[in-house]
Design a protein around this ligand. Sequence first.
Ligand code: PNS
Length: 159
Amino acid sequence: MYPGSFDPLTYGHLDIIQRGAAIFDKVIVAILKNAGKEPLFSSAERIAMIEEAVGAGGRVKVDVFDGLLVDYVERMNASVILRGVRAVSDFEFEFQMALMNRRLNSRIETIFMMPSEAYSFVSSRLVKEVGALGGNLSGVVPPHVERSLSARFREARTR
Ligand code: PNS
């Protein structure tokens, strides 16, 4: 289970999805539906973006979840939570989440993978900031995500 906000999907996420698919039989990319703040893209838009990037019929499935992650993992008969760690700064929060999830359900293990160092600076938060200001995001997000970002910020400017 590879959970996250994916608002939007980046090449860093795709790198982890590919690494996960190389060692697990199946990877479920699980999009958190109701994150605390209003997402830029709806869950349907985020599903479509990820499906376009990973293609259909492979080991990777895309789904949306709500509520506690461990409950969803159990419901889906999965046993591993996969998370990407880019730098030491990610570690503290990831460590807390992994241990809290273990406390909530000790049958579920969290596994961390490192994305390529080429993506170690990439985050959805910065992608949105750069996109909102019209910066070039090629090589950071897939072209279809870049187009969706431009369209979303164009809409926002004309509103
Ligand atoms: O991409 P993100 O925003 O870093 O992903 C965070 C996510 C979705 C993995 C985390 O917020 C989560 O699991 N939320 C679901 C609610 C939950 O189970 N919270 C307790 C986590 S210890």
